[in-house]
Ligand binder design. Structure first.
Ligand SMILES: *Cc1c(COP(=O)(O)O)cnc(C)c1O
Length: 403
């Protein structure tokens, strides 16, 4: 990284575009080639070898085949690496494809099969780990139990901060210290590099479901991991073999979306602060989960995480019945899973995103999660007000509806 230290907003606009002037273009080019003309057998073969080992193509041999390398994807990766203060980044077809590659790289290359996971985690991650689908054994633990749970065969520690859906902040530095050298992967989806850089706190990898804030417009499914050059090579080796690639159209949309990430996050966060303050005072809200409105004994807000973000969860006094009523009664909010886009969403984690989580670790039935978008906060509050006010207890018990 030879460029001067630029501010985040400048990096978001310019990173990963260094080669465009040389190409004689101003906007990001989309290269859809599935294969590439070979100069000759030897140069093509050597480039293939370089990429299969986890490196970049050679200048002489070119990209060879799109499962190994794509320049549109590589530009997005280099931009995201800059934003995450990392040496490199590797992009995947989804956040779960990224998580899968991280687990395979950590286990296959070390022969270790044990993972530690700090709960709560996104339901899909929890599910992947608890099923042992990838031949791993996972111990779920609290952040303060990591030191005691690390084993000689522990390959990777996975944590999420803020956690999905209850927004607890986990002290990354403390977990890294307790890890005794085992790499720590932090799911940074909720915070984004605008609010938090896990690698600066000692994490080995920062993972994103790029489907969420990085994309920001609800039209891309993607994942990306920022890490060291060495880890990136291991992830690319796994990606080349297992094929969980990010499509260049998705990479283009993500890279374009990065330019507005800082202003989107700041405005969505300001909106969320308004909505959260209103919800906290509402008679139907039993408890609110929002950084800044919860205990933060380690003082992580303002240090590890620079802002409060734009995700909110609430426990409704009316329990599941009211959750059903509110999710059905909103008009501006869309009742839908996913998060981080320009428009606001509401969903019920226990029944949807966290359905695969074991019952003892699943979010409460009274909890709904809100992703606050770019709409005027007054309008969002008015929408929630009418949805909460319209609540009328129903006579059908929740269990009868399979909740
Ligand atoms: C959505 C999500 C994932 C999974 O990402 P996909 O892109 O849906 O595969 C992982 N972690 C968190 C925190 C998420 O919200």
């Amino acid at each position: 990284m030879t460029s001067p230290r630029l501010q985040l907003d400048t990096v978001a606009v310019h990173a990963g575009r260094e080669d465009l002037a040389g190409l004689g273009v101003h906007a990001l080019p989309i290269d859809l080639s599935s294969t590439n003309p070979l100069p000759d057998i030897e140069a093509g073969g050597l480039s293939y070898e370089a990429m299969a080992s986890g490196g970049a193509p050679t200048a002489e041999g070119g990209a060879v085949y799109a499962r190994l390398w794509n320049p549109t994807v590589a530009r997005f990766e280099s931009a995201l690496a800059r934003l995450e203060h990392a040496e490199a980044a590797v992009a995947f077809a989804s956040g779960m494809a990224a998580m899968t590659a991280a687990i395979l790289a950590a286990t296959a290359e070390t022969g270790r099969r044990h993972l530690l996971a700090v709960r709560p985690l996104y339901g899909g991650t929890d599910h992947l780990l608890s099923t042992g689908l990838l031949g791993t054994e996972t111990t779920f633990c609290g952040a303060d139990e990591v030191a005691a749970a690390v084993r000689p065969d522990t390959a990777l520690i996975v944590l999420e901060t803020p956690a999905n859906p209850t927004l607890e902040l986990v002290d990354i530095r403390t977990v890294v210290e307790a890890a005794q050298g085992v790499p720590v992967l932090v799911d940074n989806t909720f915070a984004t590099p605008v609010l938090q850089n896990p690698i600066d706190s000692g994490a080995s990898m920062a993972l994103h479901s790029a489907t969420k804030y990085l994309g920001g417009h609800g039209d891309v499914v993607a994942g990306v991991i920022a890490c060291s050059d060495e880890s990136a090579a291991a992830l690319r080796r796994v990606r080349a073999v297992t094929g969980g690639l990010l499509h260049p159209l998705g990479a283009y949309l993500l890279h374009r979306g990065l330019t507005t990430l800082p202003i989107r996050i700041r405005t969505q966060q300001a909106n969320a602060q308004r909505v959260a303050a209103w919800l906290e005072a509402h008679a139907s809200v039993d408890r609110i989960y929002y950084p800044g409105l919860m205990d933060d004994p380690q003082g992580l807000l303002g240090t590890q995480m620079k802002g409060t973000g734009a995700m909110i969860a609430i426990d409704l006094r009316g329990g599941f019945e009211q959750a059903r009523h509110v999710t059905a009664g909103v008009g501006l909010f869309t009742h839908a899973v996913s998060l981080g886009g320009v428009d606001s969403l509401i969903q019920h984690p226990a029944a949807l995103t966290h359905r695969p989580v074991s019952p003892d670790a699943r979010p409460a039935d009274s909890l709904v999660r809100l992703s606050i978008g770019l709409e005027a906060p007054e309008d969002l509050i008015a929408d929630l007000e009418q949805a909460l006010a319209a609540h009328r207890p129903l006579s059908v018990p929740a269990q009868a509806l399979g909740a």
